[in-house]
Design a protein around this ligand. Sequence first.
Ligand code: CP
Length: 305
Amino acid sequence: MLKNRSIISIADLAEEDINEIFTQADKMLENLNTGQKMNDMSSKILATLFYEPSTRTRLSFESAMERLGGSVISMADSKTSSTSKGETLADTVRIVESYSDIIVIRHPLEGAALLASKFSSKPVINAGDGSGEHPTQTLIDLYTIRRELGSIDGKTITIIGDLKYGRTVHSLLSALSRYNVTVNLVSPESLALPKHVYNEVKGQLNVNTSSSLEKFLADTDILYVTRIQKERFTDKNEYAKLIGSYKITGREAGMIKRGAIIMHPLPRVDEISPDVDNMKTAKYFKQAYYGVPVRMALISMIAGD
Ligand code: CP
């Protein structure tokens, strides 16, 4: 049961929790598709506290709450809040918990969501903490695989990009370690997976690493592409050297296994060329759409009556 629980890491969710979220998300998706009105959360308020930019995560959480008949209060930009006057995260959370029933937080510092949860009697959902985790993105990623390919077990997933700073990759690998999958990790050497994440998953997953993508394409069921996380670089020259170091074009998309899918948590910069967008394999916009039913399921299971 998820009632009143904070979700800081994907490890906070047991396999049965994830399965139940997906069952509920299927129902939410059906309701969305048939235009059925939902009032499950009509007396509840969701607060979004975003100390970093976002399009999908904040808006899909807010859309999810509105679709459930609930209300939303939002700090979309910390510069226009009392954070700019020097208010601490702890004090902000103490106030916002008294205005709402559930808090969604994104912050540039790893551990910030966990800290927020310690100062809140209301459930806190981590919407991304620095290079740490992004657990609800992982729920969407797994849900997309399940919807588009039928199951997760038995699949080969090739993850390419910024494995060092990409929090979606860290949460996804942690989740995948519960399934029977093969994972290929492809990145420039300086953006390789942090050792602590690699050590956490290596005994539980069949993992291959390489700086070259092509050799994996023919066996890949899911190509998961990520952006180089410009905002995490202290040396912008280092970023400039890496940008453009990999790119999925129609050529690479045409080389992957028949029936395979291409995913990306988005936003993209230039790592997938627009000519891939209309190919049958491209599922990244659908993946972003699934954010609404998955987050509807999560909100109602955590904060519903
Ligand atoms: N996938 C994701 O977290 O997107 P946003 O940064 O737009 O929220």
